[in-house]
Design a protein around this ligand. Structure first.
Ligand code: HEC
Length: 281
């Protein structure tokens, strides 16, 4: 069992008991002078703040509290003239008495080293990617407006796909137009083999989708692709925008027919079938 995980009223019980027990033991078994006693309190309170609270406190808050605690301990020290004198005496001795030379030396080396270490760790921290994920395939809206015309993403299908069965020549003309649209507009990002490795691809995060990857167009409906191509990154809902996608909104540049044609070309080229429309029960 994780003893350090036991919590009560938002406090981690075990670290707090350990600190209190440590302070009691110091009081009972060691005859500490006031300065050492205050140092023990300082360390104890630091350990309590950084380990004793169930929801971890941010470092800046701990730092703020430690500043207040330092001031409070100094005020405490100055309340008794005797303690203050004893502390002053001790400090003078610490810096001048040769008995304390090794301790003084250690202090003089340690303090700047600690500061240097702190600065070093602060400066060498690697940037962290944001922890929130990006939804690659968010649910599409039920319909969109394309150049003033409503397109029903649930029920509408690619109007030219049927030609594959009924009129192969006409279908071939749509594939050819789709090819033209692709190599004029999409190739620089999505790549000349649709692998998502066009010459601009490395500049983007997220990288352009690879249509050869079975987790893209192979599992999407054609109306979904229509939405993504027409509305691009600006049309994505919030859960897909932690990093900005570079996918342009093609409704400004392509006709409705061009978009259905390029979709046909994506499937013909990769050999994937579009995902069938969901049956409504
Ligand atoms: C400036 C680069 C760029 C160009 C040009 C571009 N795309 Fe994209 N495209 C992206 C990026 C980046 C993504 C991945 C991020 C996203 O889903 O928005 C993407 C995603 C897509 C998706 C979604 C795939 C999926 O799995 O959800 C489709 C479909 C798509 N692009 C089609 C096209 C078509 C068709 C063209 C040409 C008319 C085109 N793209 C041109 C950058 C581009």
């Amino acid at each position: 069992m994780d003893l350090f995980g036991i919590s009560f009223l938002g406090l981690n019980v075990v670290p707090i008991i350990l600190v209190i027990a440590g302070l009691v033991a110091l009081r009972m078994f060691f005859n500490l002078n006031t300065l050492a006693w205050m140092a023990a309190w300082w360390v104890g309170l630091y350990l309590m703040l950084s380990n004793g609270i169930t929801v971890p406190l941010p470092g800046s808050i701990v730092g703020m509290f430690m500043g207040i605690i330092t001031l409070a301990l100094l005020v405490y020290l100055t309340t008794s003239g005797e303690d203050l004198e004893a502390t002053k005496d001790f400090m003078v001795k610490f810096f001048t008495d040769s008995r304390y030379s090794p301790a003084l030396l250690a202090f003089l080396v340690l303090l700047p080293s600690l500061v240097a270490y702190n600065v070093y760790t602060g400066m060498t921290q690697q940037p962290q990617a944001p922890v929130f994920g990006r939804t690659i395939h968010p649910p599409p809206p039920t319909d969109i407006t394309f150049k003033g015309k409503k397109i029903d993403l649930v029920n509408d299908d690619n109007p030219y796909r049927i030609l594959k069965e009924t009129d192969p020549d006409a279908f071939a003309a749509h594939v050819a137009n789709g090819r033209k649209v692709y190599y004029q507009n999409c190739v620089n990002c999505h790549g000349d083999d649709m692998g998502g490795n066009g010459m601009f691809a490395h500049a983007f995060d997220p990288i352009p989708a690879s249509f050869k990857d079975p987790t893209t167009i192979a599992m999407l409906q054609e109306s979904y692709l229509f939405w993504r191509i027409a509305k691009g990154a600006p049309g994505l809902p919030d859960e897909s925008t932690p990093w900005s996608s570079a996918m342009p909104a093609w409704e400004k540049f392509l006709s409705e027919e061009d978009i259905w044609d390029v979709i046909i070309f994506l499937y013909e080229y990769t050999g994937y079938e579009p995902r069938a429309k969901e049956e409504l029960h």
